[in-house]
Design a protein around this ligand. Sequence first.
Ligand code: FEO
Ligand code: CA
Ligand code: CA
Ligand code: CA
Length: 610
Amino acid sequence: MHTPVTPPLSVLAQRRLSRRNVLAGGLATAAATFFGAACAPGDGGPAVPAALLGFPAVAPSVADEVVLPPGYRYQVLFAWGDPIVPSGPAFREDAGNSAAEQSLQAGDHHDGMWFFPLEGRRAGLLCVNHEATTEDLLHADGRAAWTPEKTAKSQAAHGVSVIEVEQDGEGRWHVVESGHARRITMTTPAEITGPVAGHPLLRTGADPEGVRVLGTLNNCASGPTPWDTYLTCEETFNKYFYYGEQPPPAGSAQERYGVGSEDSYPWYTTDARFDMRAEPNEYHRFGWVVEIDPFDAAAAPKKRTALGRMEHENAVVVPGGRGEAVVYMGDDTQFEHFYKFVGAEPIESALAAGRSPLDEGTLHVARLEEDGSGRWLPLVHGQPGLTAADGFADQADVLVRTRMAAAAVGATPMDRPEWCTVQPGTGAVFFTCTNNTARTESVDAANPRLDNRFGHIIKIDEGGDPSATSFTWDVFLLAGDTASGATVPADQAFGSPDGLWFDREGRLWIQTDGTQPTVNGAEQNNQMLTADTATGDIRRFLVGPPRSEITGITADPDGRSLFVNIQHPGDSGTPEDPRAGSNWPDFSATGRPRSATIVITREDGGVVGG
Ligand code: FEO
Ligand code: CA
Ligand code: CA
Ligand code: CA
């Protein structure tokens, strides 16, 4: 079991940015005070806690490099195409690796991840999500002349890597030979568990029982469990399924889940299970949270259907008041929702009886009221709005069409929920709302800006009880520049917050993916910042290569090695030259930019960020 470390945040005296300040046009004031300075001069406030942030902020950058504060360094640990064990197939710069070789190498688009320490050594198992692929770089001739082999290679570049990593005497980390190492891809047999397993909506020609599915895809962010397993979250699964030449009917679940959009993957052209005209139920088997046991390479991944079906971002598990599993989750689409699952029995008793703590319980969705109160609304079949007369056949139907159920009970549509994280010591839950330029007609207290280009962060306070069904909430910060009404200092301006994680000492790490504001007229690439929520101090810690997304964050037990993912450097470049956007990390004349896991350390060996 993990032993949570109580951070020195017990002295934390939060004075949150008042929602009324934001809504009453107090944005300039709010900007000057960040999210409510805890220790404004002369306010007789609490004593200043020891400084959590011990590094100088880095400047905005558009360089084709990973920029860090002075005294920090990074190494590239595990890039797309690197073998999962040293004896595996080597990466070919010309993208000449076969699908079979790709299935033994790092996938593409590294995203969420977690470090599971191995006792007695400076070593651990690292689970790394591979969210998506850049097909123009994945194949030697890109997307041209699509073949079954290209579908197979693309599928093999999705999923999860489990690797064993070890630190040497010089402080460098290495991928080592390991019986735990494995790739989980789009063809790995997985089990469907929980209330939806076996339901007619999950039955297909290949699986008439509706309990087994091949693979997991669009593995976005993640979360560890207190029982040392890894949750990998299926996000934009809809982009892999072809609905047909006509879009789905207005108001249908297929429309709400976004199938049939023009930027679909071409898998369906060679693999009929992604053609909804041939197999309409296969898409119901994606959009779940999937549990992986990194310590048992033979264990099948398990899709935990009690946690609902959506474009899952991450999943944060904490013990509830009765010892049950409580899981916070966001659904990353414009106007979708925050969720919380509360398990039916204590984690210990479920595990002792051979049951999953995630298979029985109640999924809730958040309603955030204008006055700063809120409720977790249960998504239980038979309750008002979720009856047969309302069009929901049974509980499995409620879970397969979680979004429709959430809307039916009055959940609050949010500005694209991405990661959430729970603050050590207080239990407060922070959610990023990355941006929402489709909010053109009306605002509400929890989504206070029209044309929300830069996003914001919401803080939910359940009074320290994760099992609670009510809460209070506040806007923690508004991202962007001063002109957009941001509540962060102008020189630390950022946009599109996505990854969010409290480290063991209580530093809040914020990672970005998307539109960034200029700083004093200067453009900037995506970045990672660190915040001290007690003092309001926020500092830019890292800037990535052009068009990369910064995502995934985990540390070794003493916090001296920070693992971070650089996703899709260069993105897909330009149609003429897919490598044009970046050459990171290899900088070779012929090489392709590669998504990669990096490890950040301090030259003096200290705690990263401290
Ligand atoms: Fe995969 Fe919403 O980020
Ligand atoms: Ca994300
Ligand atoms: Ca994002
Ligand atoms: Ca991404």
